[in-house]
Design a protein around this ligand. Structure first.
Ligand SMILES: Cc1ncc(COP(=O)(O)O)c(C=O)c1O
Length: 549
């Protein structure tokens, strides 16, 4: 045979063989979100390339080329705020400063409160205290005796108010005191917890873990074990804890090779689920309904005014239904990660709220009644950790502290109290109450011409900005000065507990408006006529390139 013809035939054969592979790859690419959040590998690469540079004092106030009168106002406002912080938070800041250098978590959170170019200067003058002394009602008290409204919500744990959890821990500890911290056997409270969780989740079996991260790890491991498939699907921007496989982009030093990050609320993603054969499970964090396809809105990424959020309950419920039917059709385990949304959106969590049932559901945070926990509920055929026909083929999972008597007892109190009339009352008209509160605050902000708007998914709120400013992150410092305590990610996530009364809320709204007014008066929202969010980002890119040269 003519050698050229032979080569041609071999080449054509390889081409034909790889065509379906190529098609599948293209389809996978189509199901990726266009942003960096949708491209884990590129985001890791870029994260390694971003150079450190920071503004000196002069540039700090003028990074957007504001005129002199504006920078003078900003400077005066900043130093007034710094003086207030120095007086009001002295003891809290002092103790925080003593340990900051040796507590790696604290170093991280304090460095990443604001965009890195401004971080050191802000830390020096507006130290965020890491300590609190007391909680009561919806208030926290710091070491200086300042009483502040809690909008951090203890990462979402605080659904019913801190006093509720104190009671769960106290009563629970009393109940298990005679057994004490004995592990490896169960205290009888476990039986009650199991029964309640099965009813709440509508599923067949439960396993207990020590954190939400571990509950998610177990869900994925079991899905892989039972389906014999390798890959998990997560949606762009969704947080599922800090285990490597669910956190494939920047932040994880190694690539997560068996994770597909797909576009949320997208037909292209459904197509991938319908056609690929390597997908074991799909993880959904229902919190993403507030901001599909974007990361948790932290202020360290708030370099401009482009943050958006909008919750559409019907659209998200429709998406979950479509996901449900594709997963059923393809025998893919649908996992709802309800570590955050469980018990917050409704007593039955996102499953109840959106009216869609999952095959595996993770819980954590508030379920522990104030103590650390993770739990996984699932269908019997997915939860089994061994194979009757192949006794050596097990799916191993342990954890020294799982089912710890004190945690189980606090959980018991939590679940028991869910039936109490006062708790039932907190859920009544929950969305109507919180949507009306958000509307009310937005009206006030609009009427005063303040460039801030709130978006909410029930009690979970995000602050958005209507101006292309490089300084929107400054609002968190004005809010604190007004006695509003935020979590370390700043204004992007305000978490209210359900026990906020209208009086409490009005007090928060007054302070919020006062903070925004002060920030406006201090000139931070000035922007040039030609400024856009895009022009800000282009400018920052230019600064990065210049700093590398
Ligand atoms: C949806 C979701 N999954 C998992 C986790 C991880 O839980 P933990 O921090 O208890 O490990 C979190 C924590 O924020 C979460 O919000």
């Amino acid at each position: 045979m003519d050698p050229n013809l032979a080569l041609y035939l071999v080449g054509a054969g390889i081409g034909a063989a790889s065509l379906p592979g190529l098609k599948a790859r293209l389809e996978l690419s189509r199901a990726k979100h266009a942003s960096l959040t949708g491209h884990a590998r590129i985001s890791r690469l870029i994260a390694r390339l971003v150079p450190h540079y920071e503004y000196d004092e002069e540039r700090f106030f003028r990074s957007d080329d504001a005129p002199d009168d504006i920078t003078t106002r900003r400077r005066a406002g900043f130093h007034r705020l710094a003086a207030t912080y120095g007086e009001r938070f002295a003891a809290t800041a002092q103790l925080s400063g003593e340990i900051e250098d040796v507590v790696s978590d604290l170093q991280f959170t304090s460095a990443y409160r604001v965009p890195f170019q401004y971080s050191r200067f802000v830390r020096r003058h507006l130290p965020a205290g890491a300590f609190a002394a007391e909680s009561s009602g919806v208030l926290l008290t710091d070491l200086d005796g300042n009483r502040m409204y809690d909008l951090g919500g203890s990462y979402g744990v605080n659904v019913f108010g801190y006093d509720f959890y104190k009671a769960c821990i106290d009563r629970g500890s009393e109940r298990v005191r005679t057994l004490g911290p004995v592990l490896g056997t169960y205290h009888p409270v476990v039986a009650y917890n199991v029964k309640r969780l099965l009813v709440i989740s509508g599923l067949d079996e439960v396993s207990f873990h020590m954190s939400g991260t571990e509950a998610v790890m177990q869900a994925v491991r079991l899905a892989r074990y039972h389906t014999g498939r390798s890959h998990l699907v997560r949606f762009c921007g969704a947080y599922h804890g800090w285990w490597g496989d669910v956190q494939p982009g920047a932040g994880n030093p190694v690539p997560a090779r068996e994770t597909y990050t797909l576009k949320d609320m997208s037909d292209a993603s459904l197509h991938v689920l319908r056609t690929r054969r390597d997908i074991a499970c799909v993880l959904v964090n229902p919190l993403q309904a507030l901001h599909p396809n974007t990361n948790a809105p932290g202020d360290s990424a708030l370099v401009d005014g482009a943050r958006t959020a909008h919750f559409d309950r019907a659209a998200y419920a429709g998406w979950l239904q479509r996901l449900r039917s594709v997963c059923t059709e393809r025998d893919i385990a649908l996992v709802f990660d309800e570590v955050f949304t469980g018990f917050r959106l409704a007593p039955g969590g996102a499953q109840e709220y959106f009216g869609v049932r999952a095959d595996l559901v993770t819980y954590g945070k508030t379920l522990g009644g104030g103590l650390p926990v993770g739990a996984l509920c699932g269908r019997r055929n997915l939860m089994r950790r061994f194979d009757h026909h192949r006794p050596a083929n097990v799916c191993f999972a342990r954890g020294t502290f799982n089912s710890h008597p004190y945690v189980m007892a606090a959980m018991h109190e939590f679940l028991h109290q869910l039936d109490a009339a006062e708790i039932g009352a907190l859920y009544r008209d929950l969305d109507a109450v919180w949507n009306e509160r958000a509307d009310r605050l937005n009206r006030r902000l609009r009427d005063e011409g303040l460039p801030v708007r709130m978006a909410n998914l029930s009690t979970i709120w995000t602050t958005c900005y209507t101006v292309p400013s490089r300084y929107n992150w400054m609002l968190q410092y004005y809010l604190r000065a007004e006695g509003l305590a935020l979590g370390w990610i700043g204004t992007g996530r305000l978490i209210f507990s359900l026990n906020y009364t209208d009086v409490d809320f009005n007090a928060v709204a007054d302070r919020f408006v006062a903070a925004a007014r002060a920030m406006r008066d201090d000139g931070w929202w000035w922007h040039g006529d030609a400024a856009t969010n895009r022009s800000i980002r282009r400018r920052i890119l230019g600064e990065m390139i210049a700093s590398r040269l």
